[in-house]
Design a protein around this ligand. Structure first.
Ligand SMILES: NC(=O)c1ccc[n+]([C@@H]2O[C@H](COP(=O)([O-])OP(=O)(O)OC[C@H]3O[C@@H](n4cnc5c(N)ncnc54)[C@H](OP(=O)(O)O)[C@@H]3O)[C@@H](O)[C@H]2O)c1
Length: 225
């Protein structure tokens, strides 16, 4: 198994480091191969640099698009024919960030980027929303938390995607918890009730609290673990 990370900025770089430190082979693709090579060298032997975005997707089973929504649309278009049969993970939030850190929504209220990205993917691609439910700094400093791991929520409509994204969340040092289907992706995006920059108000939660916050259908699968 290998996971491609496309976009090695704040979030993509953090996810790449965490997956690699958990033993997942990661294939990095940036806006230039030089940037991908530099990031791979910093991460170490679990990371390799792709020639370009298409090469990264070709070599991977799972693809994390750690991109803002506009480049996300372009990159999905660029690699679309290679995606069927793979798991796509979308960590994006529908916001832009001003120089002073102010966040502005880039999608209408009530429309999530997870729902939007799901519609851009070709048939046969498995899809999960994950790894974007807290800031990159918080993600970087809370992997493998003791005595109880912190939770990362995911949203998907696909049972196979659910087990694949659960594995990756565990590899990255967190406990996975389902927020619901793709229609619930907004719950784990900025401003959502299960996002650190939303209803969780900067708090990390553990699996017991997550079980209380998700819906009854999801609660059954949290408790069953
Ligand atoms: N940062 C966070 O705390 C955080 C938390 C949760 C979710 N997210 C989400 O994660 C996504 C990325 O955020 P970020 O903070 O990581 O942004 P970022 O630091 O600006 O990183 C975005 C990266 O995408 C790269 N990129 C742009 N076009 C590309 C292309 N065609 N091919 C390959 N790479 C390309 C950029 O490379 P160049 O700079 O070389 O153009 C940049 O390294 C956003 O959707 C955001 O909402 C971020």
């Amino acid at each position: 198994m290998a996971t491609a990370i496309i976009g090695i900025g704040n979030l993509g770089g953090t996810v790449a480091r965490e997956l690699a430190s958990g033993g997942e082979p990661v294939i990095l693709s940036a806006s230039s191969q030089a940037k991908a090579k530099k990031a791979a060298a910093q991460i170490g032997s679990a990371a390799s640099a792709a020639l370009n975005n298409r090469d990264a997707v070709q070599r991977a089973d799972n693809v994390v698009f750690a991109l803002w929504l506009d480049p996300m649309r372009e990159v999905i278009d660029e690699v679309a024919d290679l995606l069927p049969g793979k798991l796509v993970i979308d960590p994006s939030n529908p916001v832009s960030v001003a120089a002073d850190g102010t966040l502005t929504r880039t999608l209408p209220e009530g429309e999530s980027s997870g729902e939007l990205v799901a519609t851009l993917l070709p048939q046969g691609t498995r899809f999960a929303k994950a790894f974007g439910s807290m800031g990159a700094t918080m993600l970087a400093s809370n992997a493998f938390r003791q005595p109880q791991r912190a939770v990362l929520f995911y949203a998907t409509d696909d049972a196979t995607a659910a087990s694949e994204v659960q594995r990756l969340i565990r590899v990255a040092g967190f406990d996975p918890a389902p927020a619901g289907g793709v229609a619930k992706a907004g719950r784990i995006e900025v401003g959502g009730d299960l996002h650190a920059w939303g209803g969780l108000n900067g708090r990390l939660i553990d699996i017991d609290e997550a079980a209380l916050l998700v819906g009854p259908a999801e609660r059954a699968s949290v408790v069953a673990k």
